[in-house]
Design a binder for this molecule. Structure first.
Ligand code: AMP
Length: 567
C-alpha cells in the first residue's frame, strides 16, 4: 500500500473529533487494508512501529530531527529552527521545508507503508559506534523520498507525536466493527465481541495481531487466544478500601498479604528461558539479571507465569528501600551489574496464571495460591511468597496491618479467596489498604553531615511547617531517605550557602529550600516544636522553584486528623 493512502486517513482522523467518527474512519480503512499489511497499519495508526511491550524505542530528539530535515531539504538548521518557531510543530515544519525544497524530483518513487515501517523499525535497532550518524542518514533519506504531507507524518511518528486520536479504545471498537459485527448485530452481540477483542488484547498486547486474528479467524479464533510465554500480560489491579472492616463485612474471610512498595513483576519461564515484565508491559529482563537467577532456582515448573512485587532492600538495615531508589534500575541500560550489587532486590510472589501447559487464571485465588506454593522453591529473604494470613478476624487483620507498617511495607492487600484473575482491570475482589499519603511541602531548616564516604554531604534534613499566626517555622521531622546520590549532592550544594550556624555535625540554614515529602503517618510528638512528627518521611522532590512557603501547621494537623478515618 502507498504511504500516501495512510496519510490521507491520518488527515481525515485529524479533521474529526468525535470518537464515533474516528472509529468509523478506522473501521472502514481496516476493511480495505490487505491482510499482510494489517498489523503494520494498526500500529502506524497508533503512531507506533513496535507493540507497546517492545523494548525498542525510536528515541529521536528534536535536535537530531532538525538536523535531519536540514540535511534532507538543503535548508540550514537555523532556517529550520526559524520555521519551527512559527509553527511550533516539527511535523508541519518538515512539511513546509520539503515543500520549499528547491530540487523537487519528479521521478521519485512513491513511498510505501512497508518501506516506511521497515525503516522506522531499523531506526530503533541502530546502536553502537556511529549510530547517531546512521540514524540521521536514515531519517533524512525518508524525508527526501517523502511528499510534503508524508514528511509531516513521518516526522511526527518518529518523534512519538502522531496524535491523530486513534486511542486504544477506538482501535478496539474499529476492529469489532470492521470484522466481527454488522448493522444487523444486536447491542449484546456487539458488547460480547468487544469483550472478546479486549480479552485477546490482554494476552497479545498488540492490536495489530488482534486485528489480523479478527479478520482471519473471527470470534472463534480470538476466543482461542491463550497465554503466550514471552509476551507481557495486562495485570489485574485492585481498588482502594477505606477500612479493613468494610472488606471483611462484605466478603468474610480474606487472604491478606503485605502490600510491598516496589515494582510489580510478571515472571515468565519456558524451560531455560525467562522474561520479566512490569505492570506497564515493559520488558525488564535485561535490567534484572538477579531476578532471573532467583527465578531459575526458585521456580520448579518447566513452564509458568508467576506474579509478584520486587522491592529494593537496604543491605545495612534489611528494610525496604523507597521505590524511587529501586526505580533507578527499571530503565537502566548500562552499569547493570553495579546496580545489582548496590540495590539488591527481594521478590515477593502472590499469584500464578499458568503452569506446565495449564492456564490457571480462571481458577479461584485460593487454588492458584496452592499451585504457586507447589512450584515454588522459596529462597528466604530473596524469592518467596508474599507474607500473608487468611482470616475473617478484623482484629487479627489490623494487627497484621500494623506489623506490615512496622516492617516499613506500604500496607495490606485484601483479596477474595474465590476470585478469578481478570486481566487488565481494576477489580472489586482485591483491595488496597494503606495509610493516607497526601504529601507535604516543607522547608529545610537544618541538616546533618553524613558519615564515612558521605562526610562532605548533608544527608539528613530537618523539616519545618509554618505557624500561620506567628509566621514562625516549626520543626516536624527529619528526612534522609528517598534521595539518589545526585540529589544529596544537589541539595548539599543548595544548602551550603544558606548555613547560619553549626553545632557539631548539625547545621542550621535559612529556610529557602522547600521540598515535597511523603510519609506513612503523622504522629503527635514532643520531640519537635510543632508537636507533630512524620513517620517514615521520604524525599519526593525539590519544590523551591514553584513554592516559596512551606505548608502550614494547620494542614499538618488536619492531615493528622483525617488519617484516623483512613486507618
Ligand atoms: P497501587 O499502585 O497503590 O494502586 O497498588 C497496586 C500495586 O500494589 C500493584 O500493582 C502491585 O504492584 C503492588 N503490590 C504490592 N504488594 C502486592 C500484593 N501482595 N498483591 C498485589 N499487588 C501488590
Amino acid at each position: 500500500m502507498e504511504y500516501s493512502i495512510l496519510v490521507d486517513r491520518y488527515e481525515k482522523l485529524e479533521s474529526v473529533s468525535s470518537k464515533l467518527a474516528k472509529t468509523n474512519i478506522i473501521a472502514q480503512f481496516l476493511k480495505e487494508v490487505p491482510t499482510n499489511e494489517l498489523s503494520k497499519i494498526v500500529l502506524l495508526l497508533q503512531g507506533r512501529v513496535f507493540p507497546s511491550y517492545s523494548e525498542y524505542e525510536l528515541g529521536i530528539a528534536t535536535q537530531m530531527m532538525i538536523k535531519a530535515i536540514s540535511k534532507a531539504t538543503g535548508l540550514s538548521t537555523s532556517q529550520v529552527e526559524e520555521r519551527l518557531k512559527k509553527t511550533g510543530d516539527l511535523g508541519l515544519t518538515a512539511e513546509q521545508c520539503v515543500q520549499s525544497r528547491k530540487q523537487v524530483s519528479l521521478l521519485k518513487k512513491k513511498l510505501t507503508v512497508d518501506h516506511v515501517f521497515e525503516n522506522l523499525q531499523k531506526l530503533a535497532t541502530i546502536t553502537g559506534e556511529g549510530s547517531q550518524d546512521k540514524k540521521l542518514n536514515l531519517i533524512s533519506e525518508l524525508i527526501i523520498s517523502a511528499q510534503p504531507k508524508e514528511a509531516r507524518y513521518i516526522v511526527r511518528t518518529i518523534l512519538g507525536e502522531l496524535r491523530v486520536g486513534a486511542a486504544e479504545g477506538i482501535i478496539r471498537d474499529a476492529i469489532v466493527n470492521a470484522f466481527l459485527v454488522d448493522e444487523k448485530s444486536t447491542k449484546e452481540e456487539k458488547e460480547k465481541a468487544t469483550e472478546i477483542v479486549e480479552n485477546a488484547w490482554s494476552l497479545l498486547n498488540d492490536y495489530g495481531e488482534v486485528a489480523e486474528l479478527a479478520k482471519e479467524k473471527g470470534i472463534k479464533g480470538l476466543k482461542k487466544v491463550g497465554i503466550q510465554l514471552g509476551k507481557p500480560i495486562q495485570v489485574m489491579l485492585g481498588i482502594a478500601a477505606e477500612k479493613i472492616e468494610d472488606v471483611v463485612k462484605e466478603f468474610g474471610e480474606v487472604i491478606a498479604e503485605y502490600k510491598y512498595d516496589g515494582m510489580r513483576v510478571v515472571i515468565e519461564k519456558k524451560g531455560g528461558q525467562f522474561w520479566l515484565f512490569t505492570r506497564r508491559q515493559e520488558d525488564v529482563t535485561k535490567q534484572f539479571p538477579d531476578i532471573v537467577e532467583l527465578a531459575k532456582k526458585g521456580l520448579k515448573a518447566e513452564e509458568c507465569i508467576v506474579e509478584g512485587e520486587a522491592i529494593g532492600i537496604d543491605t545495612k538495615t534489611g528494610y525496604p528501600l523507597p521505590f524511587q531508589i529501586l526505580s533507578q534500575r527499571v530503565h537502566r541500560k548500562y552499569g547493570i551489574e553495579k546496580m545489582v550489587k548496590e540495590i539488591p532486590v527481594q521478590v515477593n510472589l502472590f499469584d500464578i496464571l499458568y503452569a506446565n501447559g495449564k492456564s490457571l487464571f480462571n481458577k479461584p485465588l485460593k487454588e492458584r495460591r496452592k499451585e504457586l506454593e507447589k512450584i515454588l522453591n522459596p529462597i528466604k529473604g530473596k524469592f518467596q511468597l508474599a507474607k500473608y494470613i487468611i482470616t475473617n478476624d478484623v482484629k487479627k487483620l489490623e494487627q497484621f496491618y500494623e506489623e506490615a507498617l512496622k516492617e516499613r511495607q506500604e500496607g495490606l492487600m485484601l483479596k477474595v479467596p474465590d476470585s478469578v484473575y481478570t486481566f487488565g482491570r481494576h477489580v472489586g475482589t482485591m483491595y488496597k489498604i494503606k495509610p493516607m499519603m497526601e504529601t507535604l511541602d516543607l522547608a529545610i531548616v537544618g541538616a546533618t553531615w553524613g558519615e564515612g564516604a558521605r562526610a562532605r554531604l548533608l544527608t539528613s534534613y530537618i523539616l519545618a511547617c509554618k505557624d500561620p499566626d506567628t509566621g514562625k517555622l516549626l520543626e516536624c521531622g527529619m528526612v534522609s531517605t528517598g534521595l539518589t546520590e545526585e540529589q544529596y549532592i544537589e541539595l548539599t550544594k543548595l544548602l551550603k550557602p544558606l548555613i547560619i550556624k553549626e553545632e557539631g555535625r548539625t547545621v542550621f540554614v535559612k529556610p529557602k529550600i522547600i521540598i515535597e515529602v511523603g510519609y506513612q503517618e503523622i504522629q503527635k510528638s514532643p520531640n519537635y516544636s510543632s508537636g507533630m512528627a512524620l513517620r517514615f518521611p521520604r524525599y519526593i522532590r525539590n519544590r523551591t522553584a514553584d513554592k516559596s512557603e512551606p505548608d502550614t501547621l494547620d494542614r499538618v494537623k488536619s492531615l493528622f486528623k483525617s488519617q484516623g478515618k483512613a486507618g
